[in-house]
Design a protein around this ligand. Structure first.
Ligand SMILES: [Zn+2]
Length: 321
């Protein structure tokens, strides 16, 4: 993600408590001991973690890099197994350089049901589940000034959201929900301070225009605490409450700690177009968010369990519609 929203920058950056773990704890395998819960709707957390690692194996993935192109091809192929994928290509001028960017839009149709069983009031609804797939060109928050010009790996900020959505897409494609789902993988989110992909999409939505949208970003943190994002709560309070309640029903309330924060992220261009959109984000990555936009954003700071929390919560929400 880019940064805290303009109206809450100082509050957000100062008020977040430090001491969050997030350290080098290994991913917790879901099969550990007798406490392992059955995975809701078959969300496979280790598969999701593997999808996260697969992305980081390409290296940093900023626009115009070879790895960016390689990942795009991988995502088209992978998401294409479970959804009908459309590539939304566009060019973006940044400091006199032209960057080709691509939003990937994967459509999973709603279940076809008889008119007797169809929920008429919900028929025809389209839900967007979104994340950004690009990674940041520079590690501008890194403590080492000599490495701030290098691109970050983006295990959490980039790969985590995409990993969850790919695993969710796999499940939705096998067991269709009552609503059409569009998996949106936005490009150019972490490229400078602009939301290029989601902004472009918001101006060219066409038949992909969602009735509501859930964005996920930076949700792989092994010490996962999703904040209550204020733009989301203002724009779509009902949807936000539905998500939080779904998390509680699954026993994940400890991961939604109620702290409020305003975040500048890909949900804002959708909100500006009148779409109820929310952002699930943990903007407290490492002690005092010290891994954010640094070279500490690596796979070992993420966990399968955190991906499971978000993946299962999303599935509960989607299947409840
Ligand atoms: Zn970012």
């Amino acid at each position: 993600m880019i940064r805290a929203g303009v109206w809450a920058v100082s509050v957000a950056l100062i008020s977040l408590p430090g001491g969050c773990g997030g350290g080098n704890s290994a991913p917790a395998p879901p099969e550990d001991g007798g406490n392992a819960k059955p995975e809701f709707r078959g969300f496979d957390a280790m598969t999701a973690l593997g999808l996260l690692k697969k992305q980081t194996d390409f290296g940093p993935r900023p626009p115009k890099s070879a790895a960016h192109g390689q990942l795009k091809a991988y995502l088209v192929e992978t998401l294409g197994q479970w959804a009908t994928v459309t590539q939304q290509d566009f060019e973006q001028q940044v400091n006199g350089v032209t960057y080709p960017l691509t939003n990937l839009l994967g459509v999973i149709p709603a279940a076809t049901r008889s008119s007797k069983t169809a929920k008429r009031s919900r028929a025809g609804k389209r839900l967007m589940l979104a994340a950004h797939w690009d990674t940041r060109l520079v590690a501008d928050q890194d403590p080492d000034p000599n490495r701030r010009g290098e691109p970050i790996l983006g295990a959490n900020d980039g790969a985590s959201g995409v990993a969850v959505l790919l695993e969710v897409a796999r499940i939705l494609s096998k067991d269709k929900p009552n609503v059409e789902v569009v998996i949106a993988l936005f490009d150019g989110e972490d490229f400078g301070d602009y939301l290029y992909g989601s902004t472009y999409f918001s101006k060219h939505m066409g038949d992909f225009k969602p009735d509501q949208a859930i964005l996920i970003d930076m949700i792989g943190d092994a010490d996962l605490h999703v904040q209550h994002e204020t733009n989301s709560m203002n724009a779509a309070p009902q949807l936000f409450n539905t998500v939080v309640n779904a998390a509680k029903e699954l026993g994940f309330e400890d991961h939604f700690d109620g702290r409020e924060i305003g975040i500048w992220d890909d949900h804002l261009p959708l909100i500006r177009k009148g779409i109820p959109a929310i952002d699930l984000i943990d903007f407290d990555y490492g002690p005092v968010n010290s891994y954010w936009h640094t070279h500490e954003d690596t796979v070992d700071k993420c966990s399968a369990e955190s991906l499971r929390v978000i993946g299962e919560t999303l599935l509960r929400v989607v299947y409840g519609m």
